[in-house]
Write a protein that binds this ligand. Sequence first.
Ligand code: IPE
Ligand code: IPE
Ligand code: MG
Length: 252
Amino acid sequence: MLPPMPSKRSPRKSPAVVPRHVAVVMDGNGRWATRRLLPRTAGHKFGAEALKRLVRGCVQHGVSYLTVFAFSSENWKRPAEEVTALMALFVQALERETAELAAQGVCLRFVGDRSPLQESMRSLMQQAENSVVTEPRLRLTVALNYGGRWDIVQAARAALAEGAELTEQSLARHMCLADIPEPDLLIRTGGDHRISNFLLWQLAYTELYFSSTLWPDFDEKSLADALDDFARRERRFGRVPTRTDPSGLRVA
Ligand code: IPE
Ligand code: IPE
Ligand code: MG
């Protein structure tokens, strides 16, 4: 007779494993607003509040790196009014929040193609990146006009320009976020199960967590649930499972 199957759900490791780097596709703003008979742009405004909550939550949980998808290279295909409203919201957030972020020990930077952005916005982004945060608690990266395919192409161009042979290492050196650990956990809200051209290269071994919560509703409890789910995962990176004793604790 075969031995009984142990419970499938692995017990939470103790102490909880906190992901070092969390990446988030903040999706569902438009639907959140439409359900309330509000214009889509109202959803983006409340989405910005949810991002502030997320930043505070990540600091509290001890996450070191947070990367959020704010505007994809494909989002230019949206109606002009929505794109304009989004850009205005980014500018407003930069003007209002940069000092507060620095006070929280959050250092900010951007990834993505800045060339089509207005000069005034580029200069605010640069100023925010220049504000000095000594001993940062959280490194926040905002992906703005970012696309995973664009990232791979720009990295390949940079590697070739320095005369390097194209290898995983030479490409990896030039990818956005090359200086920080790859994301441990990707959270996508809004109920869709796709990457939408986010960090295609960097997500190779990231744990994926999909939530049906619409982004403006994503709160402290939603983050705690995602982190709790992550703490139960076993990451193998192509290896065989780590041995566990009957209590579920790792022994090797
Ligand atoms: C995500 O919310 C925000 C951006 C893409 C800028 P959406 O605007 O995509 O919201 P839904 O998916 O239409 O509900
Ligand atoms: C992904 O959401 C981009 C951001 C959250 C900024 P989208 O709403 O653009 O993705 P799709 O179009 O549903 O794939
Ligand atoms: Mg969407």
